[in-house]
Structures are given as C-alpha cells and as structure tokens.
Ligand binder design. Structure first.
Ligand SMILES: [Zn+2]
Length: 283
C-alpha cells in the first residue's frame, strides 16, 4: 500500500534522450510531473510483474498519451505482457489512437529483450510469489582511439579511423591495424532493478558488478513470508557480487521512517541508500 510519503513503484531511466520506465505503479504520472518529465516521451515500459502496485499506473498513462494524440507505438515488456495489456484495453470504449506493442519476457533465463545502438536491456529471473522478473540495462563497451598511437601505426584521423572504430580493424598499406592496438576499451555501465523478489542469489550473480542496483527492500528483518527481501540479506549479497551502488525500494508501510532500515542496510553495505520518492541518481 502507498503512504503519503511513498508512492508505488515507477523508475525512470534516462539515457541520451531515451526515457524508459521500469514499472508503472499507481501515481506514476504524478511522479513524472513532479520530476518535470513528459509522460509522452516515454516509448518503453518494462513491467516486472502484474501486481497492481507495479502496473496500476499504466492505464492512466496510456489514456494521457491518447489524449495528447500520441501516434508512435508504445512498447510494453513483461511476463504475459499481451494478456494483461489486452485486458487493460478492454476497459476503454474506443481503444487508443496508437499501437501498443507487447513483448513477452521469459521467466527462467536471462535474455536480452531490447537492443538499441548503445545499450541493451535484459530480463533476469527473480523469486516472487507470482511470475516476475528483474531488468538490467547494459551499455556496450566503448573504445577510445589514441590518435598518437594511431598516427604511429600509419593511420590519419578521417574515414579510415572511423571505420576502425566501427568495424574493429582496417587495412593500411597491406597491414592490418586492430582497434585493440591503438585504442583502450571502457566497459559500459550496468544498471539493474530487481522488482519484487526475495534476496535471490542467482539474480545477484546475473547482475554482478552493476554500477547501480535498485533492489526490493521491503523489510528490515528477515520474515518467514517468502516473497520479498530484507535489506540485511540483500545487502550482503550485493557486497558479495561487487555491486557498486545499492538502493533499496518497495519499503513496507509498517515502517514510518526508514532510519532502522538504513542502519541495517549499511551494516552490510557501506553507502547503501533507501529510496525516497523523487530520488534522482546520476551515473
Ligand atoms: Zn509483487
């Protein structure tokens, strides 16, 4: 349940002008308004699972897009996405004036479900009490050419250098120059979101080394129910799998403030954060 301080799940990822939404709970549009983000610019919504606190904002978001005369398709990803999106559309008199394209997401293996020029988004198995997944955005690694080295190797800045950058090797005067000879590789960033889940080791293994992990942090202490994580166990696993920044979200309404949660999380993971509505992080 939401509280006056904490709305339901909705995480906006902005990368080079691409706005992508991870979950779209009740109040998502209000969160976007508060963050001065136009809901119209969102082209992809990734739903972790079909509990209402993760998708109930989808219908009003679609209605707004329709009223604003959107024409571009909206892509919706999730387990059984077609079934649930069709059910939402059944609730409208006239349908919407743009296409809703759904992608079914596998539950039992990590798979790339969306690829763009600089990055991809994968779905990752988690453990919840209904079919659910987590997501990870992974940038491609990029190469920076050392122009001095390139010149030494006989390559001048220009089309050949661009070709080397794009294809990995070029021929100059009968010799092959490889990108790795004259450039250094920088790994792309990785950002992961668990949705609702236990602290599930295979998930952490799949997102190991992530620059940012946003994880289920429903409880402070371990509870016998087996659908959500407690921050202690999740923080330990995040340490074990070399997560760089850790943010807990989906806090139970039993906690008025999150001070005890923060303490427990930071015992195992220095610098862990408990999310607040409107929290912005830059990587
Ligand atoms: Zn759930």
């Amino acid at each position: 349940m939401p509280t006056l301080e904490r709305k339901h799940a909705a995480i906006l990822l902005r990368r080079d002008g691409d706005d992508v939404l991870w979950d779209c709970g009740e109040g998502a549009q209000l969160g976007l308004l508060a963050a001065k983000v136009s809901p119209i610019k969102i082209n992809r919504v990734f739903i972790t699972h079909w509990h209402a606190d993760h998708f109930a904002g989808l219908l009003p978001l679609i209605e707004t897009m329709h009223m604003e005369q959107r024409t571009e398709p909206l892509h919706i990803y999730g387990p059984e996405a077609a079934r649930f999106v069709d059910a939402l559309l059944e609730l409208s008199y006239w349908g919407v004036g743009f296409q809703l394209r759904t992608t079914e997401v596998p539950l039992d293996s990590k798979e790339v479900i969306f690829s763009a020029p600089g990055y991809s988004i994968s779905s990752i198995p988690v453990k919840h009490n209904i079919p659910a997944v987590g997501y990870m955005l992974q940038e491609k690694s990029h190469w920076k050419i050392d122009v001095r080295k390139a010149k030494k190797a006989g390559l001048q800045p220009g089309p050949l250098m661009s070709k080397l950058h794009d294809s990995g090797e070029v021929k100059v005067g009968g010799r092959t120059i490889r990108l790795s000879d004259v450039a250094t590789e920088t790994a792309g960033r990785k950002i992961a979101y668990s949705g609702d889940t236990l602290a599930y080791e295979p998930f952490f293994r799949a997102v190991a080394g992530a620059d940012l992990l946003i994880h289920d942090g429903t409880f402070v202490e371990p509870l016998p129910q087996r659908a959500h994580a407690d921050v202690d166990e999740a923080a330990r696993l995040a340490m074990k799998y070399d997560i760089k920044r850790l943010v807990f979200t989906h806090v139970s309404r039993r906690y008025g403030d999150t001070l005890d949660m923060l303490k427990a999380a930071r015992k195992a993971f220095r610098g862990a954060v408990v999310a607040k509505d409107g929290l912005r992080l830059q990587l």
